[in-house]
Design a protein around this ligand. Structure first.
Ligand code: BGC
Ligand code: BGC
Ligand code: BGC
Length: 457
């Protein structure tokens, strides 16, 4: 296994618009489904909302200076759809686009490569009211939006991703309902998954039409590193089902041009999939320039020993009879098990499954209960240990032939952690939410050293 990262390996950090920007009413922005959801009592812990978040909308220049001080080579951010195309259709908002022009110019001025994600979960509320992702029309709206952003920023952004983690949008949004828009309708969630796939394909086409040839277009997925608890046929079948419902439902059409037959069978009691029209899967199989993999923790499943329905709606429609188990090992503040081998496994899986497709670790990181000490310093040795383990996993995959061009820590800043509000801190930079001041944590200092040396010390 190599001990240093290859020259040219890109070290970055990631954020998402609704989690950091705030300024939700400024410059013509209209509400997204996350504004509606976070303002609905009971949906987000402590009633937290993204109204102010980390105020990145106003403090972006300070944040870019922080990135430069950390030595970051790239910054992965997302564009807020309702900020640049209020209500989700019609003309662009020049003021909304100007924010991203200023941000990108600031990044470029500091030698930091912008990596732009078009959709990180903040659907314009008007589009949800018109049917949301279960409605086919939303995919066409997304393609228009993609073209509009590409025409505005294509002269200065080379690296693009259509969607972030469509699994979360479809299944946390429409099946378990723990994310916006909070619907619990299994058939709607499967339709949503297809329309997100279609949005990706149509969006990628729109990007190609508007962007220079050198642009690199991707999608960012959170493939599930799912393991069977034993090698019994029943447990292996549970693994197969969850793999289909979390990963192959996207990679099937995106990489291979078809939905997996076992997925269609497993969900036959919920839908006949007639919403998939002729030609859709060839649109979805748009050739990618890279694939983003987000990874936090693996899953362990078995066949359920009883068939009691689970008390809460599941994010896996059609997976009755599958039991989830906490994998062994230390856990983060999210209660997610720390297990870097899942990242290695995913990188090797896509190296085999999509030969020649460059990969990036587009998110990886951990939440811990960070607190400043008496002098205001934030020591987070657990996060350093987490990152070190995952960097080693990337090195091991590189040594075994994976083509990984970069790594993006989640997250640059502590931020609005969706249904957990501000209670979970993922940043390598601490945010004091009373003053919005930023303090680089111990992990940020450590990351700076890794970036400088290319070595996991
Ligand atoms: C995924 C994360 C996702 C989370 C949502 C995890 O299983 O790995 O990417 O954000 O679920 O609850
Ligand atoms: C958890 C994952 C888990 C998934 C399925 C997510 O909320 O974060 O670790 O695999 O749910 O239960
Ligand atoms: C999402 C981020 C989120 C992180 C931690 C990823 O699934 O893309 O927005 O904050 O996981 O849950």
């Amino acid at each position: 296994m190599p001990t240093t990262f290859p020259p040219g390996f890109v070290w970055g950090a990631a954020t998402a618009a609704y989690q950091v920007e705030g300024a939700v009413h400024e410059d013509g922005r209209t509400p997204s489904i996350w504004d509606t959801f976070s303002h609905t009592p009971g949906k987000v812990l402590n009633g937290d909302t993204g109204d102010t978040a980390t105020d990145h909308y106003h403090r972006y220049a300070e944040d870019v200076r922080l990135m430069a001080a950390l030595g970051l080579g790239a910054y992965r951010f997302s564009v807020s759809w309702p900020r640049v195309q209020p209500t989700g259709s019609g003309p662009a908002s020049p003021k909304g686009l100007d924010f991203y022009r200023r941000l990108v110019d600031e990044l470029l001025a500091h030698g930091i490569k912008p990596v732009l994600t078009l959709y990180h979960w903040d659907l314009p509320q008007e589009l949800e009211t018109a049917g949301g992702w279960p409605a086919r029309e939303t995919a066409y709206r997304f393609a228009d939006y993609a073209g509009l952003v590409a025409r505005a920023l294509g002269d200065r952004v080379e690296c693009w991703a259509t969607l972030n983690e469509p699994w979360c949008s479809a299944f946390l949004g429409y099946a378990s309902g723990v994310h916006a828009p909070g619907r619990t309708d299994d058939a709607a969630a499967l339709r949503a998954a297809h329309h997100l796939n279609l949005a990706h394909g149509l969006g990628a086409q729109a990007l190609r039409a508007a962007l220079p040839r050198r642009a690199r277009v991707a999608v960012v997925l959170n493939p599930n590193a799912v393991r069977a608890r034993t090698t019994s046929p029943a447990d292996l079948d549970a693994q197969r089902r969850i793999d289909a419902l979390s990963t192959r439902i996207f990679t099937g059409p995106m990489l291979h041009g078809a939905y997996p037959a076992d997925l269609i069978d497993d969900t036959a009691g919920i839908t006949d999939w007639s919403f998939v029209r002729d030609g859709d899967t060839s649109v979805i199989k748009h050739p990618l320039d890279w694939l983003g993999i987000n990874y936090y923790t693996p899953s362990v499943v078995s066949a359920a020993t009883d068939n009691r329905p689970s008390p809460a709606p599941s994010p896996y429609p059609g997976a009755q009879g599958v039991a989830f188990h906490q994998p062994p090992g230390p856990r983060t503040a999210m209660d997610w098990t720390v297990d870097p081998s899942g990242l290695y496994d995913l990188l090797m899986r896509f190296t085999r499954e999509a030969p020649g497709l460059p990969l990036a670790v587009s998110e990886n990181g951990a939440a811990y209960d960070d607190k400043p000490d008496g002098r205001g310093a934030v020591h987070d040795p657990d996060r350093i240990a987490y990152l070190r383990g995952h960097f080693d996993a990337v090195l091991r995959a590189l040594g075994d032939g994976a083509d990984v061009w970069g790594y993006f820590v989640w997250s640059l800043l502590d931020n609005f952690e969706w249904a957990y509000g501000y209670s979970k801190r993922f940043g390598i930079v601490y945010v004091d939410y009373a003053t919005l001041s930023r303090t680089v944590k111990g992990s940020g200092e450590w990351y700076r050293g890794v970036i400088r040396s290319g070595r996991v010390g």
